[in-house]
Design a protein around this ligand. Structure first.
Ligand code: HGY
Ligand code: MN
Ligand code: MN
Length: 414
């Protein structure tokens, strides 16, 4: 088998450099879509890609495509990639390992003199994280056509800034109708990512081959109470939006524990109280609820149960409520042929591995709507992710890059 040389030192240096483009002090990373740090990171990344001899194009949302042409450039390419946006106070590996690792995979193939039939294309997806516009995988949803230009034009961030204005101010002025990719744009897509969970480390394994990605749903709930003076408003008849919310938060947790599925997870990760004064009864609460399972029926059962609870609590407490389902996605299955290719490559390299489900969602969830996909996982220390302690060892990342590179090369010669 072809011997690849992964330049681990170069890759880790790039991961560490990218981590410096952050609105949070190290070791935390915060890098929100279209922020100054995001734009500075993009400038830096573009230069790394150009130095590697790839050609770049960017679409109207800021999805970046870096291509190394194959010997038959007219064929659908093999894609890889991930994201560089980072939720507040998170780590430096989530998404980044798939972007810089994907770049390193292509460089390693180039430097080994391997020319594939199909072109290889690295994608840096715009806004995999839901932080700014409330929905994750903004770029890949639009590329897959599940988000239409009209949906994008209607989007604003919590401060009321319109996505359309922000994207153009960041330099992305192409028409949004050009973002959607044709069904045969890629022949396959493979994403390298940290596991963001404990299984590989617990089982002392080097590689994870993802067979499916769990189905995420996100609800935004706004509760409207009466508010009033905390001292002068007696308890009878109060319509306290936060106490109502607290009943709902408890039900979210119960719904996941009692769903009957071990893969059910449910979290209230965002809760804002208005007016937010100690001596004022909460008159409005905004909460966002993240509900997931690998099984659609379990996931939807939890969503329905939480919505029923919201209606019951708000009826009993005479609280107004608005429920918006921000996304309610299907799970995706990896392409069997790519799984087998990745497994063959991993075995030939002699790395320990297991097949597993991804409980986190990824851009691959939406790329699966336009081509066969798979993911390669590398271990997360203590299973930590979305926190500054996120860590994967240098050689573990390099091993993932090697598996990715050789899997892509095989797929690109089909
Ligand atoms: O939330 C997720 O699963 C992903 O990390 N954005
Ligand atoms: Mn993430
Ligand atoms: Mn990610």
């Amino acid at each position: 088998m072809t011997q690849l040389s992964i330049n681990t030192a170069r890759l880790i240096s790039e991961i560490n450099t990218l981590a410096t483009f952050s609105d949070a002090p190290a070791p935390a990373v915060t890098r929100i879509l279209y922020s100054g740090q995001d734009q500075a990171a993009r400038v830096w990344l573009r230069q790394q890609i150009l130095d590697a001899g790839l050609t770049i194009r960017e679409d109207g949302l800021g999805n970046l495509f870096a291509r190394w042409e194959g010997s038959e450039p007219g064929l659908p390419a093999v894609g890889t990639g991930s994201h560089i946006d980072a939720i507040p106070h998170s780590g430096k590996y989530d998404g980044v390992v798939g972007v810089l690792g994907g770049l390193e995979a292509i460089r390693a193939l180039k430097e080994a003199g391997i020319k594939t039939k199909r072109s290889l294309e690295l994608v840096m997806f715009t806004a995999e994280e839901p932080t700014r516009f409330g929905i994750g995988c903004l770029g890949s949803r639009a590329m897959a056509g599940t988000l239409k230009p009209a949906d994008l034009l209607a989007m604003s961030d919590p401060e009321g800034n319109k996505l359309d204005e922000l994207r153009q101010a960041a330099g992305f002025k192409k028409t949004l109708s050009g973002v959607q990719l044709a069904q045969d744009y890629y022949s396959s897509f493979i994403e390298l990512h940290i596991e963001q969970g404990p299984r590989l480390e617990r089982d002392n394994l080097q590689i994870g081959i993802v067979t499916s990605i769990a189905a995420p749903a996100t609800l935004r709930v706004i509760l409207h109470g009466d508010g009033g003076h905390a001292g002068a408003t007696l308890m009878p008849g109060r319509k306290d939006a936060l106490v109502a919310a607290s009943e709902i938060v408890q039900e979210v947790e119960r719904a996941a524990h009692e769903s009957g599925s071990p893969d059910s997870v449910a979290t209230v990760g965002l809760l804002q109280v208005h007016p937010g004064a100690v001596n004022s009864i909460p008159s409005k609460v905004t909460m966002e609820i993240d509900i997931r399972d690998t099984r659609l029926a379990s996931r939807d059962g939890m969503v329905d149960r939480v919505i029923e609870k919201i209606e019951e609590v708000c009826g009993r407490r005479q609280i107004g409520h608005d429920v918006t389902i921000l996304n309610r996605d299907n799970p995706c299955q990896s392409g069997e042929e790519i799984i087998q290719t990745a497994e063959r490559v991993t075995q030939r390299l002699g790395y320990s591995y297991k097949k597993l489900v991804s409980r986190a969602y990824h851009d691959t969830l939406f790329m699966a709507q336009i081509c066969p996909t798979a993911m390669i996982f590398v271990p997360s220390e203590n299973g930590y992710s979305h926190r500054p302690e996120e860590f994967t060892a240098d050689e573990e990342i390099a091993q993932g890059v090697e598996v990715l590179a050789l899997t892509m090369a095989e797929c690109a010669n089909l």
